[in-house]
Write a protein that binds this ligand. Structure first.
Ligand code: SAH
Length: 255
């Protein structure tokens, strides 16, 4: 299969309908990219077990639509159209098989995307995927966020940082906020535990220079269960002591 393979009729109808409900219209070329993404994921998954969700419809709903659900909220906060803007620097931390970063890039192709993950097999898949989809302005970074966030190259280097299903919130904010530039945003995807996690992470957010913009319940088309988006703006520089190394953000989360 090549990038010019014609789209099979209705192949991605769940995705297209759900995206439309969120105000996102996907062109035939974008639909074909998502279809190709599905096939790459399914093929690699047979070898490497990248995700437990591989059913055709489940991938469209729980991975593609769920990832896209953050886009309208992000665009609204940035006062931008759903295509965002050229050169916007977005890093997806703990992206795994590319979620939510790659669907966001397919919907808003002009952004500059960095995909960050600590695991080699994920990184190799992502390198293959970004080539197969011919994604421009996309880089794959292997490493742990709490180490990369101490390096000058990455610290405060991004306009937006995203994460889904990576760590509990009080740990996660220590991974994310150091990477965001002053006045930039963290867009965090969470499940039903979000309100409680938010209470537990409140002082950590503040300590790391963040200010909560909103915690919004989210209806994702064709996805059961309660989803939330937490949006944090970085209003002060993160103190130089953070992120801490040696697994401390996870073993001893800020309280
Ligand atoms: N975001 C994806 C993957 C979730 S699984 C999704 O929603 O489907 C969690 C991923 O985060 C794994 O791939 C793991 O390697 C990565 N990860 C966990 N902690 C990390 C850290 N501190 N730095 C970088 N990657 C991390």
């Amino acid at each position: 299969m090549t990038a010019s393979t014609p789209l099979s009729p209705d192949a991605m109808s769940l995705l297209v309908t759900g995206a439309q409900e969120m105000g996102i219209s996907l062109s035939p070329a974008q639909q074909a990219d998502f279809e190709r993404y599905y096939h790459e994921l399914a093929e690699w998954n047979q070898k490497f077990n990248l995700t437990s969700i591989t059913d055709y419809e489940d991938v469209q709903a729980k991975h593609f639509l769920d990832s896209l659900a953050g886009l309208p909220i992000l665009a609204e906060e940035l006062n931008l159209p759903l295509t965002l803007k050229p050169g916007l620097r977005l890093v997806d931390v703990g992206t795994g098989a590319g979620f939510p970063g790659v669907p966001l890039k397919l919907a808003a192709p002009d952004i500059q995307l960095a995909l960050m993950d600590g695991t080699g097999k994920k990184v190799r898949f992502l390198e293959q995927l970004t080539q197969a989809l011919a994604l421009a302005d996309t880089s794959v970074i292997q490493g742990r966020a709490e180490e990369l966030g101490r390096k000058e190259e990455y610290r405060a280097a991004f306009d937006v940082v995203t994460a889904r299903a990576v760590a509990s919130l009080n740990t996660l904010v220590e991974y994310l906020l150091p990477l965001v530039r002053l006045n930039g945003l963290a867009l965090i995807y969470k499940g039903p535990s979000a309100p409680q996690e938010f209470v537990d992470a409140r002082s950590a957010i503040q300590m790391l220079g963040g200010d909560t913009v909103r915690l919004a319940p989210l209806d994702v088309p064709f996805v059961e269960g309660r989803r939330f988006i937490l949006l944090i703006r970085k209003v002060r520089a993160t103190p130089g002591d953070y992120p801490r190394g040696q697994g401390l953000p996870r073993r001893r989360p800020l309280a």
